[in-house]
Design a protein. Structure first.
Length: 251
């Protein structure tokens, strides 16, 4: 089941009230998907306290924690876990490229062997050559340098595209940038349906995703999830003009 979020992300108190017998929580504390907020430290500690008291599990999906654009990110839940209740999941799909199909789990020692047996029986193992190549890429320092370069690049691209959209499309959308992630949300003004706008944009070769599809309620959020990682800053103005023309034509 889904639980309520607010400006601070997952509302732990509301979650424990609405699901008092829950045994597992799946969370994205670095950048809540899809809105992008970072879970504050006090809520992280509250979530860990809940898991300890309930003997429950937390799956921490840190899918793009490397791309935090303002200040230092709070520590991962896993780094704060003293009771062995957090299963930390990560992937190289966004930080390197999806074709690797390589992810990882950081597990409490008490369950690591059990997970290894299940994984070996249920899933094909990624090619050893790929695993060794990524291991060498990390251990030789290339991965850290790659992340530093990409973080700088993505921060520039995010600033450029969000700035162009804010200045050019203010009549149609509102942008509230969060601290991290690889997309931002443009909230639609005027009550127009995000699914209708997205359908029209896609006919023009423009591909944001509708925010409402991520809500469990029919009257949920209404906006566009806009990825910026592949939009060079020198193309931000032209990309925004194309989007504006498509939105105006679809109204």
């Amino acid at each position: 089941m889904g639980v309520r979020i607010n400006d601070g992300g997952l509302d732990v108190s509301a979650a424990t009230r609405s699901a008092p017998d829950a045994a597992l929580a799946l969370v994205t504390p670095s950048h809540q998907f899809p809105l992008g907020m970072t879970l504050p430290i006090e809520r992280r500690l509250a979530l860990l306290d809940w898991a300890d008291r309930q003997r429950a599990w937390i799956v921490e999906d840190d899918y793009d924690c490397e791309f935090h654009h303002r200040g230092l990110p709070p520590p991962a839940l896993k780094s704060l876990d003293r009771s062995g209740r957090v299963l930390y999941a990560g992937s190289f799909s966004k930080v390197l490229f999806p074709g690797l199909r390589l992810g990882y789990l950081v597990l409490p020692g008490a369950v690591a062997e059990r997970f290894a047996r299940i994984a070996s029986a249920a899933f094909p193992t990624p090619a050893i050559m790929i695993q060794k190549s990524v291991e060498a890429f990390i251990s030789q320092g290339h991965f850290a340098r790659h992340l530093s370069r990409m973080r700088t690049l993505y921060t520039e691209r995010r600033k450029a595209l969000a700035g162009e959209i804010e200045s050019t499309m203010r009549e149609y959308v509102e942008i509230r940038l969060q601290d991290g992630g690889m997309h931002f949300v443009a909230w639609l003004r005027g009550g127009v349906s995000d699914t209708e706008i997205v359908e029209h944009l896609r006919q023009k070769g423009i591909g944001p995703a509708p925010l409402s599809r991520c809500s469990l309620r029919a009257s949920g959020y209404n906006g566009l999830m806009i990825g910026y990682a592949n939009v060079a800053k020198e193309h931000a103005a032209s990309a925004t003009r194309r989007m504006l023309a498509a939105i105006q034509g679809g109204r």
